[in-house]
Ligand binder design. Structure first.
Ligand code: AMP
Length: 277
């Protein structure tokens, strides 16, 4: 695996691989099997796989959260080598955001004001800026994202519709631990007791199937919030919404798909998960 720190290094790699299909997996590192599932899928759909690791300060509304973000670069390199990633792009801040860099403006139709966007002001704008830069630098044919960050997938879709229509997007299912807990780099900040409590998050979301025949959506959300609050320190949101628009559901319609999304805090760590049904 080649490790490129600069755009110049990347360009030499791309010159040597002109005309090939490039599969791109942008990450913030502290890699786990969820990330690796994206790399494996990229391998199946492209000739060369590029993974980036860049902890993007622009998408953290809380500087303390940015500082605490886990960095495990040696282990990341070893995992990527084993997964047959072809190139790891490991840029500095200045490489991604050079002096004079001008940000892009992308209307997000309110997605950036609700749920993750409401709780983490500026988060999705930061995501838009970094992906716009990375897509411009890497020029991928395919790009791979996890549905765990469901709202982010909607933002990525809008970004590509507006600026990169030729990139083929792949949104992949959430990889989970045996307990059902969605894998996340942030899980490394939880104690064993915290990890045990966090297993209740997905169990609560999956329980929706057994409740939806008996109660309307708002009552189901209340029951599940109540259940989950026994395990987590606080619930930021737990909502049942339309997966396309993220607008609330007033009644069930057997012809439609729904998604339940939640964000909770355990031991000061913010964890998100969702379940489409
Ligand atoms: P991150 O490093 O957290 O920015 O994540 C990089 C990519 O990995 C994003 O597209 C995430 O949605 C995806 N991802 C994170 N956790 C998981 C998981 N448990 N299963 C599948 N994909 C994931």
């Amino acid at each position: 695996m080649i490790i490129a720190h600069t755009i110049k290094d990347l360009e030499s790699f791309f010159e040597a691989h002109s005309g090939v299909q490039i599969g791109f997996v942008p990450t913030m590192g502290a890699l786990h099997k969820g990330h690796l599932s994206l790399v494996k899928s990229a391998k199946q759909h492209s000739d060369v796989v590029v993974v980036s690791i860049f902890v993007n300060p622009l998408q953290f509304n809380d500087p303390a959260d940015f500082k605490k973000y886990p960095v495990t670069i040696e282990s990341d390199i070893s995992l990527l080598t084993d997964t047959q990633c072809d190139l790891l792009f490991l840029p500095s801040y200045d490489e991604v955001y050079p002096a004079g860099f001008s940000s892009v403006v992308l209307p997000l139709d309110n997605i950036d004001n609700i749920l993750e966007g409401a709780s983490r002001k500026g988060h999705f704008d930061g995501v838009v800026q970094v992906l716009h830069r990375l897509f411009s630098i890497v020029s991928p044919t395919h790009a791979f994202f996890g549905l765990k960050d469901f709202q982010q997938c909607l933002v990525v879709k809008k970004l590509c519709d507006a600026f990169f229509p030729s990139i083929q997007l792949h949104f992949l299912p959430t990889m989970r631990m045996e307990s059902g807990l969605a894998m996340s780099s942030r899980n490394t900040r939880l104690s064993e007791e915290g990890l045990n409590r966090a297993a209740a998050i997905s169990k609560t979301l999956f329980a929706i199937k057994s409740l939806m025949n008996a109660y309307p959506p708002d009552a189901v959300a209340d029951i599940l919030k109540n259940k989950l609050s026994a395990f987590v320190d606080s619930i930021d949101y737990l909502v049942i919404v339309d997966p396309q628009t993220l607008s609330p559901i007033l009644s069930w319609d057997s012809n439609k798909n729904y998604i339940i999304l939640t964000a909770v805090f355990i031991e000061g760590v913010r964890l998100i998960d969702n379940f489409e049904f």
